[in-house]
Design a protein around this ligand. Structure first.
Ligand code: IMP
Length: 183
């Protein structure tokens, strides 16, 4: 049913598992003497967070927080709002933020600054997708799964109007689905 709205598959499921494994191995190596705290940004992070965690062979915990930067449309708006905060302290912790995609860079900069301000020992970012052509604020994630062009994608956590998150792959949404979107 959902597939009819997808113009083309950009990152298939096999590739997602492959890159999650690669990033998980890198994190395992880089943090071999630490117990990192992985913080997922809801709602988009969930499938990637779950896949990534399977490939991290460390004593680590994960927590989630919810940050909103999109409001149902296909374009980012300027302000970033914390909808659900963390239940734990990050003071002295080595934090890795797990994101579905870094686009303008606004969300990740706000969250990174906040966690640094709260006393995290270090804050790095692992993102399934990176869309560098969309940047408005400079930001280079340390762990990048796949770099994609400036197209609007859905699936594997990424949504349009809260739909399509359950697709097992990342695909380009047909323009006809959102052409009447005025946001
Ligand atoms: P940024 O603040 O512009 O970097 O946006 C990050 C957030 O915007 C992501 O966590 C997504 O929720 C959303 N986003 C950015 N690009 C896309 C896209 O192509 N599809 C769906 N959501 C996106």
């Amino acid at each position: 049913m959902l597939e009819k709205d997808i113009e083309r598959i950009l990152v298939d499921h096999k590739k997602i598992v492959e890159v999650s494994k690669k990033l998980g191995n890198q994190i395992t190596n880089d943090y071999h003497d630490k117990k990192p705290l992985i913080i997922g940004l809801l709602n988009g992070c969930l499938p990637f967070l779950a896949e990534l965690m399977k490939h991290i062979d460390l004593y680590c915990e994960y927590e989630v927080m919810s940050v909103k930067s999109y409001h149902g449309g296909t374009k980012s708006v300027g302000n970033v709002k914390i909808v659900k905060d963390l239940d734990v302290s990050v003071e002295g912790r080595h934090v890795i933020i797990a994101e579905d995609i870094v686009d303008t860079g606004r969300t990740i900069n706000v969250v990174k600054d906040l966690l640094t301000y709260r006393g995290a020992a270090s804050v790095e970012v692992a993102t399934l997708l990176d869309k560098p052509e969309g940047r408005i604020e400079a930001f280079v994630p340390k762990y990048i799964g796949v770099t994609i062009p400036k197209v609007f994608v859905v699936g594997f956590g990424l949504d349009y109007d809260d739909y399509y998150r359950n697709l097992p792959y990342v695909g380009v949404l047909k323009e006809s689905v959102y052409k009447n979107d005025i946001s």
